[in-house]
Design a binder for this molecule. Structure first.
Ligand code: ZN
Length: 137
């Protein structure tokens, strides 16, 4: 670890949660969780990837959300992740650090393929939500 100044919170443009599933039983749980998230949070749900993609070693889907949503969604996932492995990472200019250094994991820590992750790129602004929550979390 080099001695560098702390990064400001403003470096975080948005967050992702990635919900992984390794088999049919976990996939079924992941789809239930997906519906529960959709009903409770204004987030951008990505499509369900049935095969590993990018740095992710297992099938998964992405949940993209803005900074204010973090304090509601992440504790809710702590209580309700249905035994699934979830990666939560910030989106800053350092995509590589976001995934490998600054991420938090619920459940197992999975090995990510870092080969395609850039150390300096445009931070992802919050994606427009595509859910219509009707239930208070
Ligand atoms: Zn991500």
């Amino acid at each position: 670890m080099t001695d560098t100044a702390p990064q400001p919170l403003a470096a975080i443009a948005s967050f992702h949660a990635h919900v992984y599933f390794a088999d049919d039983a976990a996939r079924a749980q992941a789809l239930v969780l997906r519906e529960q998230i959709s009903a409770r949070f204004a987030v951008a749900l990505g499509r369900v990837h049935e095969r590993p993609i990018g740095p992710h070693p297992l099938p998964m889907y992405q949940v993209a959300f803005d900074v204010p949503t973090f304090r509601h969604l992440v504790p809710w996932l702590m209580l309700n992740r249905r035994g699934l492995t979830v990666l939560v990472h910030p989106n800053t200019r350092d995509e590589r650090g976001d995934h490998l250094v600054h991420a938090l994991w619920m459940g197992a820590v999975l090995p990510l393929d870092a080969s395609g992750l850039a150390a300096d790129h445009e931070a992802e602004a919050p994606l427009p939500p595509n859910t219509t929550p009707t239930i208070a979390p």
